[in-house]
Design a protein around this ligand. Structure first.
Ligand SMILES: Cc1cc2nc3c(=O)[nH]c(=O)nc-3n(C[C@H](O)[C@H](O)[C@H](O)COP(=O)(O)OP(=O)(O)OC[C@H]3O[C@@H](n4cnc5c(N)ncnc54)[C@H](O)[C@@H]3O)c2cc1C
Length: 479
């Protein structure tokens, strides 16, 4: 019998196997597909590559503004997909994890078919592999949620969208969460006519309301038809040229058509066919594997990590989960993750990113102050012709600590990393205002917005902070 079996070789599973083996456990890693999981093969890496292509197109369109004459960019989608495959292969080949896993002697069973429980200590796979271990760590990630409406099989997922051989002339994207907006933004840049349908009142419902509004406005300006609160889907149908979605609102039936319909209405746990009941592993009301603070499931010898637990479904969190779950599986339950500062962002056009609380969430429990600096008032964005966007800071009026930061616009995801460090360090807003950020940079907007908040709070600032705020006087108003 092995010490540890890890099921799933995404970021959570790979780090769990690595950590278990590093602690001396005789470990096996079983995965249905390729090493690397969603992150390397179907999520961030391929999507970022496509998003980079979308960025290059919009940058190429700016050349004329700077006196550089070229013809309009033309996308050869097949060549782009070749590039995506190259990048995925390259990233996988450079994975530091693979070498470490091999050198620590983990038995890796790649492309082993789907694994399922045959008992609390036993795993079997579609390929006929049977293994037993004292401890098992489930890291099988998530899958797109399916809808139970007629014709759903006519729709595509985000993965199908990346696998197309040509850019569709038009797309219906159903779902305005993180995945849906990425599909909408990328294919809009590639020239598809995009309609984005969101069942709730705003796209990106987990973002700060100002961010949702700014992204929706920018999407509309760039030609995406954003349709919030569109009603209930009744069915999908085939048309001579593509797909039709029939939906109704307040008793009124409507329809929308396009060459392709992509549904991105949520991400659910990948537990189907795993026979969790045979091991006594319970799921919660959303279908995710229920875990305690130590990532231990309802079966005492079985742990879970990553998307399968339904918490923050992102690569850094999956990695931390994998580390903690393996530590607890091998050493006994000692390690919890607690509250963490988790910057989140997406590489849409415009980019958006957040760290900490939204304004609405912060107001539930605290007396807060907000400050906003718009991109069109900072020097670097004017230089680069990227003036759409904003940076918003949420500050606790009692402690002056930064509770949240939200950015929409060029380099938003990079800007938010610095805000995350400030929050993780427990910085007061006047401390952030006094950091002499390089000029002219995108991140410099943090100094501006912090100085603005500090002034509203009547906090004393040094000359540096004054200088930062006055760097561009367009938006500077004396209190
Ligand atoms: C379009 C898209 C874009 C994203 N962009 C980002 C981003 O920019 N930044 C970010 O941080 N996160 C992003 N994510 C989320 C990120 O990909 C996930 O949070 C992360 O991959 C979760 O890691 P995981 O190890 O839990 O699961 P996964 O990466 O999903 O890995 C699961 C593994 O389990 C295996 N498996 C599944 N079922 C079985 C079974 N029955 N038996 C054996 N093996 C099985 C699979 O083959 C796979 O190897 C994105 C996701 C999507 C869909």
């Amino acid at each position: 019998m092995l010490d540890v079996i890890v099921i799933g070789a995404g970021p959570a599973g790979v780090v769990a196997a690595l950590r278990a083996a590093d602690l001396g456990a005789n470990t096996a890693l079983i995965t249905r597909d390729e090493f690397g999981g969603m992150a390397a093969n179907d999520g961030p890496v391929p999507v970022r590559t496509l998003a980079h292509a979308a960025r290059l197109i919009r940058e190429a369109r700016q050349l004329g503004l700077y006196g550089i004459a070229v013809s309009d960019p033309v996308l050869e989608y097949n060549r782009l997909l070749t590039r995506v495959r190259e990048v995925v292969t390259d990233v996988r080949a450079h994975s530091v994890f693979r070498g470490q896993i091999d050198s620590l002697g983990v038995a890796v069973h790649e492309r082993a078919g789907a694994a399922r429980f045959a008992g609390p200590h036993s795993i079997e796979t579609d390929s006929g592999l049977r293994l037993q271990a004292e401890k098992i760590i489930i890291c099988t990630g998530g899958v797109s949620r399916r809808l139970t409406v007629p014709g759903f099989e006519l729709t595509a997922t985000h993965s199908d969208a990346w696998a197309l051989t040509s850019v569709p002339s038009s797309i219906l994207v159903i779902g305005g969460g993180a995945t849906g907006v990425q599909v909408a933004s990328i294919f809009n840049a590639f020239g598809s006519q995009v309609q984005l349908f969101q069942s709730g009142p705003r796209i990106l419902p987990t973002e700060d309301e100002d961010v949702s509004a700014a992204v929706a406005a920018a999407f509309r300006e760039s030609g995406i038809a954003v349709r919030e609160d569109f009603g209930d889907i009744e069915a999908f149908e085939k048309t001579p040229t593509g797909r039709r979605m029939i939906f109704s609102k307040d008793g009124v039936r409507s329809s929308a058509e396009a060459a392709l319909a992509v549904v991105a209405v949520g991400w659910i746990a990948n537990t189907a066919g795993m026979n969790l009941a045979a091991a006594g592993v319970e799921i919660d009301h959303r279908g995710f594997v229920r875990v305690d603070a130590y990532l231990r499931t309802s079966a005492k010898n079985i742990f879970a990590a990553g998307d399968i637990t339904g918490r923050l479904m992102l690569v850094p969190q999956a990695i931390q989960d994998g580390f903690a779950a393996a530590t607890n599986a091998v050493r006994g339950v000692t390690m919890t993750l607690g509250d963490q500062v988790s910057p989140i962002g997406s590489f849409t056009d415009p980019e958006y990113a957040q760290v900490g609380m939204t304004e609405a969430k912060a107001r539930e429990t605290r007396d807060v102050l907000t400050a906003v600096v718009r991109f069109n008032s900072t020097t670097r964005t004017i230089i680069d012709g990227r003036t759409a966007g904003l940076c918003k800071l949420i500050v606790d009026r009692e402690t002056y600590r930064i509770l949240g930061c939200h950015v929409v616009g060029e380099r938003a995801v990079e800007i938010i990393q610095v805000a995350a460090i400030a929050i993780a360090a427990g910085m007061r807003v006047d401390d952030l205002a006094q950091v002499p950020f390089s000029f002219p940079t995108y991140t410099g907007i943090l100094g501006r917005v912090a100085a603005s908040a500090a002034r509203q709070l009547n906090l004393k600032l040094t000359w540096q902070a004054h200088q930062v705020e006055m760097e561009n006087e367009v938006s500077y108003k004396k209190p």
